[in-house]
Design a protein around this ligand. Sequence first.
Ligand code: PPS
Length: 285
Amino acid sequence: MTDDYLWFEGSPFPVWGSSYEVIKEACAQFVIKDEDIVMVSFPKSGTHWLVEILCLIHSKGDTKWIRSVPIWERVPWLESDDGYNLLNDREGPRLLATHLPFHLFPKSFFTSKAKVIYIMRNPKDILVSGYYFYTMTNISKKPESVEQYFQWFIQGNVPYGSWFEHIRGWMSMRDRENVLLLSYEELQKDPRSTIEKISQFLGKKLNPEELDSVLKNSSFQVMKQNKMSNLEILPEEFSSSHFKITRKGISGDWKNHLTVAQAEAFDKVYQEKMAGFPKELFPWE
Ligand code: PPS
């Protein structure tokens, strides 16, 4: 259990898995290569789901890789100690994941042809998912109640800071050819077409059987059973409560957790902070 965050340039990071030195080096020195594929998200947006899809597209639906190698080795986290080392040693096209806010992301990206996929999700669902995640794991400050976490989230006092700043920063990249903006909600509504959209963006054509396999093996039920993907094999210091990343896997769970007053207060802040962005960009209520 921990009381605070690891602070880097004014942004809060989890205290487990990352050190100040590695975050600093990842942000300032990491060289993104043309053939890299980077998955970016604010925590709890559906990153692991997207990563599983990417891995399956990469292996053309073959499940050997996702069933034998932990997800954090297949697609290392840029700002984590282990992930950073893995990435530096890795040859050829790399798949990597990060929660870094836009202003901290390695500047080498801007002169590369690397592809970035940013996945977003209804921030109220992110809030609820984060509440459970930080309650059940030891990587960061533990909230004592939904109300307390609600306040932290609104203030940006959660790992990786303000959701509003995160999405605003990354949204500025949305018209770039090498950036694909996705949402958890569209993946849920129409996973087949969204997977096709991703493979098209990556220039990796899948035949119908391969597409079927990606769809089936990245589904919530199958991922929940895959110990190489659901985080259950992480050490006890990460979580001692039989944690799995696959908690509920639905959209709209915030309705079961936030009071009417909290939802209204959230919407008010949302409207202020997201002013200027067309509503159609975001597929949530
Ligand atoms: S993390 O720790 O920040 O990387 O978390 P992240 O992977 O971004 O988000 C975790 C939430 O994604 C849900 N999830 C899925 N939903 C649908 N289908 C699949 N296959 C899937 N895999 C993970 C997971 O359940 C978390 O959401 P909640 O709302 O907590 O269930």
